[in-house]
Design a protein around this ligand. Sequence first.
Ligand code: NAD
Ligand code: AHE
Ligand code: ZN
Ligand code: ZN
Length: 368
Amino acid sequence: MKTKAAVAWKAGAPLTIEEVDLAGPREGEVLIELKATGICHTDYYTLSGADPEGIFPAILGHEGAGIVVEVGPGVKTLKKDDHVIPLYTPECRECKFCLSQKTNLCQKIRSTQGRGLMPDATSRFSLDGKPLFHYMGTSTFSNYIVVPEIALAKIREDAPFDKVCYIGCGVTTGVGAVLFSAKVEAGANVAVFGLGGIGLNVIQAAKMVGADKIIGIDINPARQAIARKFGMTHFINPNEVDNVVDAIVQLTDGGADYSFECVGNTTLMRQALECTHKGWGKSFIIGVAAAGQEISTRPFQLVTGREWRGSAFGGARGRTDVPKIVDWYMEGKLNIDDLITHRLPLERINEGFDLMKSGESIRSVVLY
Ligand code: NAD
Ligand code: AHE
Ligand code: ZN
Ligand code: ZN
């Protein structure tokens, strides 16, 4: 069949809208009609050329929601017309990683996914007879996609696609980092570096669990008002203080109990670790840093009890946790609506990237 898609031809070049050929679902695969997709900073990161796994030409996008159109042979858990969110972190429930119960990082299809291919090492997308690469196993910048069954979360049918698509990455990443990865407790002091599409979700989850001080750090002063609305209690603009770490340590009587880096900047990652409390502070890296970047600190920071960790997709097990997060939104426990600042047709997707880069948008959603 044909599908309308935004194609990334090479690093740094704007996407172009094309009529792409899409082959049908094979064994264990499902054809989805997407209704909406968010634009995440990670899409921009890969498009910029900074991603060591970035390959072109590809169809980017990983924050979608849609409806099952057709299931391939052997698919057992989904049927036509089911509502779904594609998962760039699948949940096979049978690989060593899934069975460990220690991580959400299912590895069943990770190697082919990282090479822009389906699990059988081929692409379902082509244009003029030449294959186009998939991206993160999802490629949500295409109206129709083929995805393995293990990479789809079935969600309730009354959830609006144009909102819950954001649960496909940003909401789950931020909220999950607090609930599943860090397990932040009531009364904790929390520092959040970067108040964008991810950081604001960290803030709202920190408030949800009853954190005490919730300190937001961002160079964009416009982020202060929205972050306060989501539960931030203190704001630090790094351009207005001498030393960000000292400022946080002073506000928290010795350091934050938890910190989250939601930018992808290795200098901030170090600050996020060093602003946590001696003896027990835990710092979580969420931001994705460019190829070649490395983190550093004095080992003394760790010797004296701080922990440096990371969180991917918020530590969420997609097929199990994503439907629950959709429920939380539908029950009014999570605010997604106020974070979706812009809506665009696919034809204007490049504007969505520009709005993110300029700091004007929190999340732009593309509607099919
Ligand atoms: P975004 O562009 O919406 O937000 C980034 C925020 O960081 C902006 O508010 C910006 O003003 C702020 N910022 C930039 N430089 C700063 C600095 N020097 N000091 C303080 N603040 C600064 O991006 P996003 O969609 O929220 O994504 C954030 C990061 O998280 C990206 O690196 C993205 O790739 C990554 N990410 C990781 C995961 C994961 O699973 N680990 C999932 C989604 C996104
Ligand atoms: N190819 C990138 C990987 C970047 C990365 O860490 N991705 C996150 C999700 S970001 C979503 O917005 C992730 O899930 N990582 C775990 C994994 O297996 O990729 C690079 O930098 O190499
Ligand atoms: Zn993302
Ligand atoms: Zn698995």
